[in-house]
Design a protein around this ligand. Structure first.
Ligand code: NAD
Length: 256
């Protein structure tokens, strides 16, 4: 018996990185998994991997910042699986820029994916979960939602927003008696395509990676599974007394 057996789990941004590892672990722990992403080919490949391993999964093409996409996605999930129990609002983008170098278009692009996407994902998940009076929603914030970085103005703002929006939604759901929990996760640097792309922007990628490693007292970067294990804990009934909480998984980054 898996830790989330019989549950239906949606993971946004699950074609790659942390989202993909999370979808795989949720499937291994018995959930039927919905992989939602902009990238159709990679998303379908992730579904095929889960199916080949004996799990059940479907792909939904979705831009998390587009409300119409959410309406279609939820309808497709209910048509296929009949319910939604777990939603992981994981899709996000990293943008490097200070308050001076970030222009308004880049600022809005980051907020439209990282913040609007989490808002819409939570809103539509609550609507789908409410009739069954159960659910767990996990929103990907970051250590960058807890501490500032001079070169991550828009990203800091989006992830700080996710942190407090999660608490607002958690309180609303708790006080409404929905039995829907909403928590945030705060990873340190994890070696995914997002961070690999970030270090590619610099002249010496290995030097950039070493600089990131030095920020983590444990002496290495995280792996996608390090975050997936935390997400599965929050998704499962093991965390049934947790809502509005922040789960920090950062190799000691924010302990300093
Ligand atoms: P990634 O870039 O490796 O993968 C992100 C996935 O999201 C991709 O499959 C991409 O296609 C998808 N995506 C991007 N924009 C989308 C959109 N508008 N709609 C739907 N899908 C979209 O990223 P990752 O490193 O796996 O990060 C996942 C989440 O974790 C993000 O929210 C990120 O901010 C957060 N996070 C990552 C790290 C890290 O170090 N990697 C640290 C802290 C927080």
């Amino acid at each position: 018996m898996g830790r989330v057996s019989g549950k239906v789990a949606l993971v946004t941004g699950a074609a790659l990185g942390i989202g993909k590892a999370t979808a795989q672990l949720l499937a291994k722990e018995g959930a039927k998994v919905v992989i939602a992403d902009l990238k159709a080919a990679e998303g379908q490949a992730a579904v095929a991997e889960i199916t080949a391993a004996g799990g059940e999964a479907m792909f939904v093409e979705l831009n998390v910042g587009q409300e119409d996409d959410w309406k279609k996605a939820i309808a497709a999930i209910i048509a296929r699986f009949g319910q939604l129990d777990i939603a992981v609002n994981n899709a996000g983008i990293l943008y490097s820029g200070s308050v001076e170098s970030t222009d308004l278009d880049d600022w809005r692009r980051v907020q439209s994916i990282n913040l609007d996407g989490v808002f819409l994902g939570t809103k539509y998940a609550v609507e789908a979960m409410k009739p069954n009076r159960r659910g767990s929603i996990i929103n990907l914030s970051s250590i960058e939602g807890l501490v500032g970085d001079p070169m991550l103005a828009a990203y800091n703002a989006s992830k700080g927003g996710v942190r407090l929006f999660t608490k607002s939604a958690a309180l609303h759901c708790a006080k409404s008696g929905y039995n829907i929990r909403v928590n945030s996760i705060h990873p340190g640097y994890i070696w995914t395509p997002m961070v690999q792309g970030y270090t590619h922007d610099t002249v010496d990628q290995e030097a950039a990676r070493q600089k990131l490693i030095a920020l983590h007292p444990l002496g290495h970067l995280g792996e996608p599974d390090d975050i997936a294990y935390g997400i599965v804990f929050l998704a499962s009934d093991e965390s049934k007394f947790m809502t509005g909480s922040e789960l920090v998984i950062d190799g000691g980054y924010t302990a300093q």
